[in-house]
Design a protein around this ligand. Sequence first.
Ligand code: BDR
Ligand code: CA
Length: 307
Amino acid sequence: MKKIILFADPGIDDAIALLYALRQPSFDILAVVAEYGNTFRRYAVSNSIYLLHEGGRSDIPVFTGAERPITGESPDVQPTIHGPYGLGDLHPFLITEQPAENIDQLIPLLDQHAEELTIVTLGRLTTLAALFLLYPALMKRIKEFYLMGGAFSVPGNITPFAEANIYDDPAAAKIVVQQAANLTMIPLNVTNEVLYPPGFFFEMEAAGANPLIRRLAEFYQRFNSQENGSLTIPVHDLLTLVALAEPSLFTYSHYRVAIITAEGLSRGMTVADMRPLSEQPPGPYPRIALDVNAPAVLRHVFHLFTA
Ligand code: BDR
Ligand code: CA
């Protein structure tokens, strides 16, 4: 079983990813770190507690991550896409009273499992970057990192050039991309290739999946159809966990990556040096997913949620 700590900002696609993680038999989820991003931190925390309860795993601790980017800017939350409290039209904070743990309590857990631990980050990189700044020796011992974020030579989703997880705190993203050993990036290049048709979540519910997944997806579909006229949706964060569970469904390449931290049109861009590795300064460089077997992913997700 893979020992995993999830950093997330639930968020609709984070929520579906978290429910997937709880059902994936090859995953052992040790903790969730909830931070600002799609919604404010307080809702990300209560949403995480609620989702763990929904998945029957209230024993998994939730840690409170960052409240805002490293620059101190206000969080640029996305109520139109993810709902006023981050989970579509649900208000789960009203029904969760279990307290979250302070982030310093995460350190002994990281220390105990570092060499066999996969950190998966599905949101802004602020908390993870802070851990790299505060505990560099400990963070170097972590076995591997999976990061949902970036857009390599394809359009962004929060600006024409940048993907949201990188754009919202590019300085943090730069720290993580430079310092994380064994980093796999799951960018929009692949997450926008796995599109869930309108009926997918209804059929999954009819086959026994938790109705919450359909309800969350429907909210996101409504937003998508207002934006671009299509009910077909990507579920970015879910794909990142599928990549970890089913690596053979993806094609990867290693590239040297730059993150643009300057303000302006290019803020948050991810740029890959696509020359042959032999012509680049010595790595190691992140592994980037650039191709995915989309029909196989849809079959896998359907099966996982209904088995
Ligand atoms: C990423 O940004 C967030 O809004 C989603 O939850 C996902 O992690 C996609 O760009
Ligand atoms: Ca997310």
